[in-house]
Design a protein around this ligand. Structure first.
Ligand code: PAF
Length: 283
């Protein structure tokens, strides 16, 4: 695996691959890689000749009181995992390389829908930071396909919309959610879960699946279902950030005749905020 810290040298290397007719798959990450990231790398390999991964802890998507400085940086271990997964190129820029004019005056990409709800409601500016850095990364790598994890469902929906609206020539592919044996979705933030919390955190996933089975069983009282699910999570000892039944593409509150539904939840442990979702098709 070749490691690049600078945009110009990565571009030169990828230009050669493109001229040789190679199809390029891309997996953007913030590092601290776990099994679910490696599955994204494998997915990118399926339909591409070259796999590029990036590791950049993007300050633009963290709020003032968020964990940018605490975010785990595990570069050596990440490189070993990526080598094992046969990633071809790793892009690991620093802040100056990505934001040479500073973050405050950086030109932004703003998706006007879906960004102020769910995770966006408690993380103002987060999705603007994501769409801006993903656009920059797409411009740098120019991938044919980019793979994003389904766990960050809202991020995936916003990126899909951005790519459609801005006619970006990139195929967006979703990588399945990877779970621990008890259903906990794998996440870089799971390291912040305490031993005492660990047996109880799977309640988020249990409640999502319970709501899905109730909907499949014919219930349409979405507000009541959301309320009951919140109570289950609170009963397990966690503060709920949101729990919503949404239309899968727009993320608007689901209507009774919607057929593509995604149930999304976020809750707080003592030191982390965990998210998860489950989608169903009623068509
Ligand atoms: O999902 C992530 O790790 C980040 O939001 C991403 C897409 C790499 C942008 O910084």
């Amino acid at each position: 695996m070749q490691i690049f810290h600078h945009i110009s040298s990565l571009r030169t290397a990828l230009k050669k691959e493109r001229l040789a007719g190679k199809r390029i798959g891309f997996v953007p990450t913030m590092g601290n890689l776990h099994d679910a990231h490696i599955e994204l790398v494998k997915k990118a390999r399926e339909a591409n000749d070259i796999v590029v991964c990036s590791i950049f802890v993007n300050g633009l998507q963290f709020g003032l009181n968020e964990d940018w400085d605490k975010y785990p940086r595990t570069f050596e271990g990440d490189c070993n995992r990526l080598r094992e997964a046969e990633c071809d190129y790793l892009f690991h820029p620093d802040d100056r390389e990505m934001y040479p004019n500073g973050m405050d005056t950086q030109t932004r990409v703003i998706c006007p829908t879906m960004i102020d709800v769910l995770c966006g409601a408690s993380r103002p500016g987060h999705f603007e930071g994501v769409t801006t850095v993903v656009t920059k990364l797409f411009n740098i790598v120019q991938p044919d396909e980019a793979v994003f994890g389904l766990k960050d469902y809202q991020q995936l929906a916003v990126i899909r919309r951005m790519v459609e609206d801005l006619c970006m020539p990139v195929q967006i592919t979703a990588g399945e959610i990877h779970r621990e044996a008890d259903g906990l979705a794998m996440s870089s933030r799971n390291g912040f879960i305490t031993e005492d919390e660990r047996p109880r955190v799977c309640q988020l996933n249990k409640s999502l699946n319970w709501v899905v089975s109730e909907i499949q069983g014919g219930r349409k009282d979405f507000d009541q279902l959301e309320l009951e699910a919140r109570q289950q999570i609170e009963g397990a000892g966690f503060k709920v950030d949101y729990f919503t039944i949404s239309e899968s593409r727009t993320l608007d509150a689901a209507a009774v005749d919607d057929t593509e539904i995604t149930v999304l939840g976020a809750m707080y442990t003592a030191a982390a905020r965990l998210i998860d979702n489950v989608s169903i098709s009623l068509a």
